[in-house]
Design a protein around this ligand. Structure first.
Ligand code: ADP
Ligand code: MG
Length: 243
């Protein structure tokens, strides 16, 4: 069976800064993988290459067997199949919670408005925001905005969701509610690649953890072994600093 997300020897530079230096990894269908590493190690760049927000120079990325080669066609395909949740929510400020959730299904997938609204309401209820469908982002807390963003990601009925530090911009008291929603999405079998510094969450929810250092994976394995008994000295050092 092919992996849902597969990266083979991917290289990416910004000018002469060689940021991703031979990244190979795969995420199986239904698997939850956490990508950890210091700031600047290339975590966001990897996610952005997977859904075509950045091009890459060498290697190969496939999503559900489709090559992401940054042609218009491959980008439309990958954006329909892969949702992304950002650190800063990225909701449309002038649209309500429900409008944010139904936008993609209507304009990208061509669903009828009625169908999109039905599922959008159900998804807002699922993330605990049934009573907030008419609220604009500015009227919502950070935790609520991020839960809307997760509902929006789910509304596309994606094959995988990429999360880029989804709780890093939140006040500490709101981190738990967002992680709880992510945990429930994981339990329902969604394929997830998550950049996070929440090590307790990674240990409980992730199947595997990848440790990225200067654009290459230095260590990977089952979440428990990488996070509790890392073998590479750089992983050990990183975990000592974040735990
Ligand atoms: P992380 O998410 O792990 O903090 P990033 O993937 O954001 O790391 O960045 C990796 C490196 O690439 C950093 O040195 C960063 O400054 C650089 N970088 C990221 N995006 C750009 C860009 N658009 N232009 C130039 N350099 C970039
Ligand atoms: Mg980042």
């Amino acid at each position: 069976m092919t992996a849902m997300i597969e990266l083979t020897d991917v290289h990416k530079s910004f000018g002469d800064h060689h940021v991703i230096r031979g990244f190979s990894a795969s995420v199986a269908r239904g698997e939850v993988v956490c990508l950890i590493g210091a700031s600047g190690s290339g975590k966001s760049t990897i996610l952005r290459c997977i859904n075509g927000l950045e091009s890459y120079e060498r290697g190969c990325i496939t999503v559900d067997g489709v090559t992401v080669d940054c042609t218009d066609r491959s980008i439309v395909t990958v954006r329909t199949h892969v949702s992304m949740v950002f650190q800063r929510f990225n909701l449309f400020p002038h649209r309500t919670a429900l409008e944010n959730v139904i936008e993609g299904p209507i304009y990208v997938k061509g669903e009828s408005r009625a169908e999109a609204i039905d599922r959008g309401r159900a998804l807002l209820a699922r993330v605990g925001l049934a009573d907030k469908e008419g609220a604009h982002p500015a009227q919502l807390s950070g935790g609520q905005q991020q839960r809307v963003a997760i509902a929006r990601a789910l509304a596309m009925q994606p094959r995988a969701i990429l999360f880029d530090e989804p709780t890093s911009a939140l006040d500490p008291e709101m981190v738990g509610e967002v992680l709880e929603v992510m945990r429930s999405v994981a339990e329902e079998g969604m394929t997830m690649l998550i950049v996070t510094h929440e090590m307790a969450f990674a240990r409980e929810v992730a199947d595997r953890v990848l440790f990225l250092d200067q654009g290459v994976i230095l260590e990977q394995g089952p979440a428990r072994s990488v996070l509790t008994a890392p073998t590479n000295p750089r992983t050990q050092d990183f975990l000592r600093r974040v735990l």
